[in-house]
Design a protein around this ligand. Structure first.
Ligand code: FAD
Ligand code: SF4
Length: 485
């Protein structure tokens, strides 16, 4: 073969092995199985180690992507992990759920001309491979991995410097991991009984196994982070009380988990759920593992999920796995305007989820026992683009139809939960009810109170929440440690 023919960039992206659709809808195990060593090395070898790598600019936490793939190309897995961990405290999570196609992979030079290059380097898949393989080798007592873990741990504990995080989602976990690695004592107060935020209560096991989140959280415990679960900030403890107890700074990372409803007639019928409640019952309550866990979850033969984002995809695919015969996603625009990740939409369709496009719920119809029997929808057409750039859905006058269903799951967005916000005097909120925070350092209107993640931006992504946590953590470290930070 000529040298040109073996140029790494000419090969197509290495496929990710997945469970076949007809198998995976009968279990709750992870759909994507992850690269083996040969696949990872093949994919890593496609990276051409650009002089000016675009991939890094596309990453909200600016991971040295070229650097970690370069180490992998040399066969130095512990070294690759070390580079990743320098920027990202949850690499196994991000490798699975980040929308890489719009971030690092969207900026990879090889993605610019996919016909010639085979497409962007599969950075997320490589990140997942490095994180998982490192964890497996560490558990097996691999000396090089143990050494890396020892090097990244802080050996000087500063118990006099205490920081509190409220909420235990990816933003707070990033703050906790960063500060703990500098020896600062961090306590995380979480309202639920498990740590991880949406990573444990929202994203289903078949996309992100809870054992992966637990592994990352355990690594933080090993760094000295203390987690206090079943603590509702604003009720069990206030921000002022935390300062009175000696905490030097407080980070608010409570997400935006209050579900929005549609306000159509019949929304209180039996069989109507917010996606938040439905997914929480299944994920946090382990309803998918019935009868080993006895959390009740509503089951039905015909299910409609309202919305077109990742949350709607997760709810629809969960309902299929819980035994529904027909699951439809009801969306008022067309497939191309759906905000869900393409991969999630494709997986949902492969599994048999149907799309009811260009229609919007008008009423939820119940029988005499208040049990849902159908949904009346208004048929729509696309009009001119709105402020978001997407075509505005317009009702077609007089054109309605009924869709039979016994379960409707509403996934049309969320709002901030007011409990902590109302209990924190002097905390400035914006017009939409989210916390106002300095975009550079994350500080709120209250000195040494920081905030980040969905409670500042509205529903966004895991990595953007982590990026905000990292900025706030850096500033907190600077204030607490001065020149040492
Ligand atoms: P959260 O993850 O929301 O965590 C906030 C935590 O604070 C929760 O544990 C909550 O219980 C706790 N809390 C709330 N109020 C209080 C209080 N008063 N006191 C104490 N604790 C409190 N993003 C992606 O990048 N990729 C995906 O594939 C993806 N899929 C998603 C699927 C679903 C179903 C959902 C709902 C979201 C998804 N997202 C995805 C979005 C992503 O999960 C969020 O943007 C991210 O988790 C926000 O992180 P956070 O730290 O701001 O808050
Ligand atoms: Fe490698 Fe793509 Fe980054 Fe270039 S832009 S260094 S090819 S991952």
């Amino acid at each position: 073969m000529s040298e040109k023919a073996v140029k790494p960039a000419k090969r197509a992206r290495t496929e990710m092995p997945v469970q076949p659709p007809f198998v995976r809808i009968q279990n709750y195990l992870e759909v994507a199985l992850g690269y083996g060593e040969a696949e990872a090395m093949a994919e890593a070898s496609r990276c051409i180690q650009c002089k000016k790598p675009g991939c890094r600019q596309g990453c909200p936490v600016e991971i040295d992507i070229k650097g970690f793939i370069g180490k992998l190309q040399q066969g130095d897995l512990p070294g690759a992990y070390k580079v990743l961990r320098e920027y990202n405290s949850l690499p196994a999570v991000c490798g699975r759920v980040c929308p890489q196609e719009n971030q690092c992979e969207g900026m990879c030079i090889l993605g610019k001309n996919p016909e010639k290059t085979g497409g962007a380097v599969a950075i997320g898949r490589l990140e997942r491979f490095v994180a998982d393989t490192f964890a497996a080798r560490l558990a097996g007592g691999d000396a090089a991995c143990l050494q890396i873990t020892g090097e990244t741990a802080c050996h000087m504990s500063r118990d006099d410097l205490k920081v509190a995080c409220i909420g235990a989602g990816p933003s707070s976990l990033t703050v906790a991991g960063y500060l703990a690695s500098l020896g600062i004592k961090v306590t995380v107060f979480e309202a639920l009984h498990e740590v991880g935020g949406v990573l444990v209560y929202g994203i289903p096991e078949f996309r992100l196994p809870k054992s992966i989140v637990r592994r990352e959280v355990d690594a933080m415990r090993d760094l000295g982070v203390e987690f206090k679960t079943n603590w509702v900030g604003g009720k069990a403890i206030t921000v002022q009380e935390l300062f009175d107890e000696g905490y030097k700074a407080v980070f608010i990372g409570v997400g935006a988990g209050l579900p929005q409803f549609m306000h159509v007639p019949g929304e209180n019928s039996i069989g109507v759920f917010s996606a938040n409640e439905y997914l929480t019952r299944v994920n946090l309550g382990r309803a998918y593992d019935f009868p080993n866990y006895d959390t009740p979850v509503f089951k039905a033969e015909q299910v409609c999920v309202i919305g077109g984002g990742n949350v709607a995809m997760d709810a629809a695919r969960t309902a299929l796995r819980l035994g529904a015969k027909k699951v439809s996603i009801v969306y008022r625009r067309t497939k191309s305007e759906m905000p869900a990740r393409l991969e999630e939409l494709e997986h949902a369709i492969e599994e048999g989820v149907q799309l009811e496009l260009l229609c919007a719920p008008l009423a939820l119809n119940a029988d005499e026992n208040k049990r849902l029997v159908s949904m009346t929808v208004q048929n729509m057409k696309l009009g001119e683009p709105d402020a978001s750039g997407r075509c505005r859905p317009m009702p077609i006058e007089g054109d309605t139809r009924d869709i039979p269903c016994q379960l409707v799951i509403i996934a049309v967005g969320t709002r901030p939960n007011p409990i902590l916000l109302e209990a924190t005097k002097g905390l400035a909120l914006n017009k939409r009810g989210y916390i106002e925070a300095n975009p550079e350092i994350g500080e709120t209107s209250i000195h040494n109170v920081f905030a980040g993640g969905d409670i500042v931006t509205g529903a966004a992504t895991v990595i953007s929440a982590m990026g905000a946590g990292r900025k706030a953590a850096k500033e907190i470290a600077k204030r607490l440690l001065g020149a040492e930070a």
